[in-house]
Design a protein around this ligand. Structure first.
Ligand code: FE
Length: 290
């Protein structure tokens, strides 16, 4: 008996939008509080990409996070990180930092050009109410820990989190168990991937062009977000150019979202409490060290 797989067609396509954040960092926001498009459990994806130090030098000075996880993935340059408890680290090219903010961290993040450019991504993943106040933690992943899968010698898949076939990613014990892949497809090739029907699936194109469904009506270009519809299998194919994209998939948490800036809770009361804690100097609930 064979089971027919339903293709996940493209439901939404949008170019990332230039935005300014932190103390004046110019970035592109792939998504973040999109009206009418539910990307649960994902909240936000920023694309920081510049050859001009003026665009990023101001960085993201001390700011709080609560109720979420933030995932920084660097392709070029460096990202220096320091928190109010003295934890400090540098994320280098090809590395990931998966930060579970949980009950609260206050930190600064400083993107730095290296050999002239910086390119990195920050993804925010929501935490369920049961874990919003968990102890914060960091997972710093070196380049050598990121495993690569390949298909038919035409696609290479870096597994950042979750798994692809028999290849598992290095990030462990993530509450919402998302899949996060960095995929390259050669020209004139096809990539298929089955994701459980109820999961949210989307891609953000970081290089080249590709078709994101089997109709092949429209080539989708760099700096574009593609959200897939319900179904089983995504089918991505290339023409005479290659492509590279980030693929994110995860099971929705399906809880109310009360979101203000870098704090994402379930209720307005929890949000108000978080800002009161900040004012009272009582934001840090756990002593955590790396
Ligand atoms: Fe931050």
């Amino acid at each position: 008996m064979s089971v027919e797989l339903k293709e996940r067609t493209v439901r939404y396509v949008a170019k990332s939008v230039p935005a300014m954040d932190g103390a004046g960092v110019r970035l592109k926001r792939a998504f973040g509080n999109l009206q009418g498009i539910n990307l649960d459990p994902f909240l936000l994806l920023d694309d920081i990409h510049s050859d001009d130090p003026k665009d990023t030098i101001a960085g993201f000075p001390m700011h709080p996070h609560r109720g979420i996880e933030t995932v920084s993935y660097l392709l070029d340059g460096k990202f220096e990180h320091r928190d109010s408890l003295g934890n400090h680290g540098v994320i280098n090219s090809g590395e990931i930092q998966w930060m579970t903010a949980g009950s609260g961290i206050i930190h600064e993040e400083m993107p730095m050009q290296y050999n002239g450019s910086v390119r990195g991504f920050q993804l925010w993943v929501n935490l369920p109410g049961s874990h919003k106040m968990m102890q914060p933690k960091y997972q710093d992943i070196k380049r050598s820990k990121i495993k690569e899968a390949s298909i038919d010698n035409s696609s290479t898949i870096k597994v950042l989190a979750g798994s692809f076939g028999n290849t598992s990613g290095p990030v462990e014990d993530i509450i919402s168990r998302p899949t996060y892949l960095d995929i390259h497809i050669d020209p004139e090739s096809e990539f298929k991937y089955v994701v459980p029907d109820n999961h949210t699936v989307m891609a953000y194109i970081i290089g080249g062009v590709a078709y994101f469904d089997s109709k092949r009506d429209k080539l989708i270009t760099e700096d574009t977000l593609v959200v897939f519809d319900k179904g089983d299998e995504i089918k991505i194919s290339t023409g005479n150019k290659d492509t590279r994209f980030l693929l994110m998939a995860g099971e929705p948490i399906n809880e109310p979202v009360a979101w203000h800036g870098p704090i994402v809770m379930n209720t307005r009361k929890e949000l108000i409490d978080a800002f009161k804690d900040l004012e009272n100097g009582d934001f840090i609930k756990h002593d955590y060290h790396v």
